[in-house]
Design a protein around this ligand. Structure first.
Ligand code: AMP
Length: 223
């Protein structure tokens, strides 16, 4: 069983890579950001407790995301493994994640997507998302076939509320201050950590290099 952590700054391509990996590995993508946005949309108590921080681009409480992840990985479709997208983002969350993985005898593999700062800004400001199926596009680097429309279902693509420039800056600051230190945390624990260049490469190229790293892990585990 594998707990695959996609690690990287906002705009590093975690969501896009998840969409490739979940299909290839047959395990679910667990995106705390998506789960929180669904709570906001559904008007739940969790949604109203996190919406202010999300709009401002700051992290929500560890307790809320830890609980969401624990519940989600207890569902049957996650019993062969799961892909964590956007979690953990703080040392407390990372400790909780290690505990949850150990409880399931899951091997933790971390993929660190390394992307240059300027590329991140242009990716985040060009990002578009399908409100129906969640497919991600980029106005410049990954445009839909018909401008403004999802290739899969034709829905009008949307800009995420927190992809505005001032909010993007806050999100990147949070990443540097609270999430970057996790690289040292992962190095100090029993995790496999792979750094993958993901700035100028196409999503397919990034997927292929991650696939190569993961095949090594699977072979070593005798799978
Ligand atoms: P994302 O879609 O991963 O970029 O997340 C969007 C926003 O959701 C972040 O800016 C945070 O406000 C919140 N969020 C998502 N995941 C986490 C997490 N693991 N810890 C704290 N806040 C999170």
């Amino acid at each position: 069983m594998i707990a695959l952590v996609l690690f990287g700054s906002p705009g590093s391509g975690k969501g896009t890579l998840s969409q490739y990996l979940t299909e290839w590995m047959g395990v679910p993508q667990i995106s705390t950001g998506d789960m929180l946005r669904q709570h906001i949309k559904a008007g739940t108590a969790i949604g109203s407790s996190v919406s202010g921080r999300m709009r401002a681009g700051t992290l929500v409480s560890d307790e809320v995301v830890n609980r969401l992840v624990e519940e989600r990985i207890s569902e049957p479709d996650a019993n062969k493994g799961f892909i964590l997208d956007g979690y953990p983002r703080t040392v407390d969350q990372a400790e909780e994640m290690m505990r949850l993985a150990a409880g399931r005898k899951a091997e933790v593999v971390v993929i660190h997507l390394v992307v240059d700062y300027n590329v991140i800004i242009s990716r985040l400001t060009g990002r578009r998302v399908c409100p129906v199926c969640g497919t991600l596009y980029n106005a410049v680097s990954r445009p839909p076939k018909t401008p403004g429309k999802c290739d899969l279902d034709g829905a009008a693509l949307e800009v995420r509320e927190d992809d505005r420039e001032d909010v993007v800056r806050a999100r990147l600051e949070e990443y540097e201050r609270r999430t970057m230190p996790l690289i040292e945390f992962f190095r100090s624990r029993e995790t496999r950590l792979f750094a993958v260049e993901a700035g100028n490469e196409s999503p397919e190229q990034v997927f292929r290099s991650v696939q190569a790293d993961l095949k090594n892990v699977f072979e070593m585990a005798g799978r």
